[in-house]
Write a protein that binds this ligand. Structure first.
Ligand SMILES: C[S@@+](CC[C@H](N)C(=O)[O-])C[C@H]1O[C@@H](n2cnc3c(N)ncnc32)[C@H](O)[C@@H]1O
Length: 213
């Protein structure tokens, strides 16, 4: 079900104050993805769709004082909540946030060592996903890593039930399961590692891939 960027922005602006509580069951999977991405001190990292900023704080700790973390999100509400969380953690000098659409990344080519996307790729309309991954490829350096955490589209009962709700309440149940690994490989990345987890019976795919060529 396609939602306009305006309605996505509006929904996340409204959700932002409660997002940490609302999305608490997703945190565990985001943490697994962050661990698998293995950010090193000194690296330059981008998080796309940073939400309330949980990932940004972890990334900034891993990248250390010599590294730098950038984030981009569509929602002004999320931007404010994440910025406050980063300030409280004393990490403002290590993190730079942008408000904008990830389909057009405001960064130069070959800039990042790694990119992290958690429960966000599923929000893009199907034809837009390759565009977002193409932008990731452009701004990643050669051999740079992409880490994606996403609901996985599989032929199982839990996915069918979830999709039923998504079709009827797209503003509330907005992420939809996708074929993350296949789409990432089709966008020209090389698979480095993948893990399949389950969240309330729903399959969650965690994929680490590398840019080549
Ligand atoms: C489901 S939340 C996930 C937040 C965070 N990654 C997490 O795992 O807790 C999706 C986030 O993506 C952002 N988002 C949605 N569409 C976007 C777009 N086109 N460009 C940038 N961010 C977007 C939303 O504003 C929201 O903060």
């Amino acid at each position: 079900m396609k939602q306009s960027h305006n309605s996505t922005r509006y929904n996340y602006d409204r959700l932002s104050r409660w997002y940490d509580w609302f999305a608490s069951s997703e945190k565990h999977f985001t943490e697994i993805g962050l661990r698998m991405l293995k950010i090193q001190p000194g690296e330059k990292v981008l998080e796309i769709g940073f939400g309330a900023g949980q990932g940004l704080v972890a990334l900034a700790h891993s990248a250390g004082e010599t590294g730098k973390v950038y984030g981009i999100d569509l929602s002004e509400g999320m931007f404010q909540i994440a910025q406050a969380k980063i300030a409280r953690a004393g990490l403002s000098r290590r993190v730079e946030l942008r408000l904008g659409d990830a389909a057009r990344l405001p960064f130069e080519d070959d800039f990042f060592d790694a990119i992290f996307i958690s429960f966000t790729l599923e929000l893009f309309d199907t034809p837009e996903i390759p565009l977002v991954l193409g932008e990731c490829k452009r701004v990643l350096r050669e051999d740079g890593r992409l880490g994606v955490v996403a609901l996985e589209k599989k032929d199982c009962r839990a996915v069918k039930i979830y999709e039923w709700f998504h079709a009827r309440m797209p503003a509330l149940v907005d992420c939809r399961p996708i074929h993350a690994r296949k789409t990432i490989e089709a966008a020209g990345f090389e698979l480095a590692e993948a893990s399949e987890e389950a969240m309330w019976g729903l399959p969650v795919e965690i994929v680490i891939a590398r840019k080549y060529g």
